[in-house]
Design a protein. Structure first.
Length: 113
């Protein structure tokens, strides 16, 4: 008798749109920011950045980020900035916050309220 393999971890990034209490478009992200998924976030930010001065990305439910996802995120930030838009990460998952702190990127992505 063979053991049943463990379920495959979710390898997707789901993104919902909402608006903050200040009227700022917010992307609510869930899942993994990785080599397989970062371009999905790029597409969403690119669709908003030309029309908005600020876009928020709620990362509270992003439970995995790999180096490609982090690098992609940095590229998305630069692209939004070139459109005159500030991409700001809010509510990063604790593991994601640790990664941002370790890489000294927290000050780049998080608002200076």
């Amino acid at each position: 008798m063979s053991a049943t393999p463990p379920p495959t971890p979710q390898r997707t990034l789901n993104i919902d749109h909402s608006v903050s209490s200040e009227g700022i478009p917010t992307l609510v992200c869930r899942g993994r920011l990785s080599f397989e998924t970062w371009e999905q976030l790029k597409k969403e930010v690119k669709s908003l950045s030309p029309q908005h001065k600020r876009v928020l990305a709620d990362m509270s439910a992003v439970n995995f980020v790999d180096s490609a996802g982090l690098g992609g995120l940095l590229g998305i930030y630069v692209s939004a900035k070139s459109d005159g838009c500030q991409l700001e990460l809010i509510n990063p998952h604790p593991h994601f916050r640790d990664l941002l702190n370790i890489t000294h990127l927290a000050s780049v992505f998080e608002g200076k309220s």
